[in-house]
Design a protein around this ligand. Structure first.
Ligand code: SAM
Length: 337
């Protein structure tokens, strides 16, 4: 029998998102509008040793991509050391090995650390950037850091953390007037700009359907000014439809439309929260306590069985569009985006 992780809907799990901390220094209105919820106690947070041990087990079960996230992952001390240990999982005599090690960040301290992170074995970064206007950036994120974020993007490119991806959550009335400008930024900076539909994952529960700008609308707005060409007719387990610019300009557009064009059928993702809970879906209302099981002295093969059992419980799809939709048990900052 294959040791790989397959859920009860036949989906193979290849992608693990590991949240390094529930802390964040930004206050994005679509995530943490009212400040941080009570933070997890330090002793409940997985240590780097625990993360490396569990990651090695996950990779032995077919996980090919690990993305470090948060909260703000670069608020955690010595992330470079963790990256160095995880990067070793890319070298293995077995045919199951890590193929891709990435990080999602708001750019905090990345300007100083991009080269070291690359040197430690990080393959690439995704940086959040929701506005190119200083005041709007401040209103969306709660911090006046547009310049620093732009510098972080330039440093990531310089350090060859490529392809550098930029995440922009588009929300009606907040930054939908900047869609074309953000697309133009992808061209001039030579980055992959990924436009994401606003999902009901905000701690303030302010999300409403009227605030969602659909992927279709985003695509059409860009296409009117910069004609786009679909890169691949299938996106596999990727979340984004990817487009090139028809005029051959540098950069790329990605459209991620989980609300209006659900892609759960091809989902290959699971998440490990900073406090060691497995989440099988962004919108899960239950979690699986891997941390306590690990700390209770479970053997490696018991942990493997625990993980396999959890994977069998992965939800068939999200229920955002159903009338009985219940919001996820925690905000994106805790789950790990
Ligand atoms: N602090 C890092 C950052 O800012 O990129 C990593 C964590 S953040 C939770 C990861 C991603 O989740 C960000 O790109 C953010 O834009 C996205 N995100 C957070 N809340 C969201 C929501 N309600 N809908 C869609 N995307 C969201």
């Amino acid at each position: 029998m294959s040791g790989k992780l397959t859920d009860s809907h036949g989906r193979q799990i290849r992608d693990l998102r590991v949240s390094l901390t529930d802390r964040c220094n930004f206050r994005c209105f679509y995530c943490l509008p009212n400040g941080e919820p009570p933070l997890a106690r330090k002793e409940t947070i997985l240590t780097f040793e625990e993360i490396v041990y569990l990651s090695e087990i996950f990779v032995s079960l077919g996980i090919e991509k690990i993305r470090l996230t948060g909260g703000e992952p670069l608020l955690r001390k010595d992330v470079e050391k963790l990256v160095e240990k995880l990067a070793r999982l890319k070298v293995s005599s077995q045919n199951l090995k890590l193929k891709d090690l990435a990080l999602t960040t708001n750019g905090h301290t990345l300007t100083e650390r991009a080269a070291a992170l690359k040197h430690s074995g990080l393959d690439r970064v995704t940086i959040s950037l929701d506005s190119l206007k200083r005041e709007n950036f401040r209103q969306i994120t709660g911090v006046d850091k547009l310049e620093e974020t732009l510098e972080a993007i330039a440093s990531a490119k310089k350090a060859d953390l490529n392809p550098v991806r930029i995440n922009a959550v588009i929300v009606r009335g907040r930054n939908d007037d900047e869609i074309v400008e953000l697309a133009d930024f992808a061209r001039s900076a030579g980055v992959s700009m990924r436009f994401i539909e606003f999902m009901p994952l905000d701690s303030g529960h302010e999300w409403s359907r009227e605030m969602v700008v659909s992927g279709k609308e985003i695509r059409e707005k860009i296409n009117q000014v910069f004609p786009l060409v679909l890169k691949e007719t299938s996106r596999g387990a990727e979340t984004a439809w990817k487009f090139a610019f028809a005029d051959g300009a540098a950069g790329e557009i990605g459209i991620i439309a989980p609300v209006t064009e659900m892609f759960c059928g091809a989902c290959s993702r699971i998440r490990l929260t900073a406090d060691g809970q497995i989440r099988t879906c962004l919108f899960s209302t239950t979690e699986h306590n891997l941390r306590d099981y690990l700390r209770s002295g479970a053997t490696r093969s018991e942990i493997v069985e625990f993980i396999k059992d959890v994977i069998l419980k992965k939800e068939p799809r999200h229920y955002i569009n159903d009338t009985e939709f219940a919001p996820a048990s925690r905000s994106m900052s805790f789950i790990g985006g």
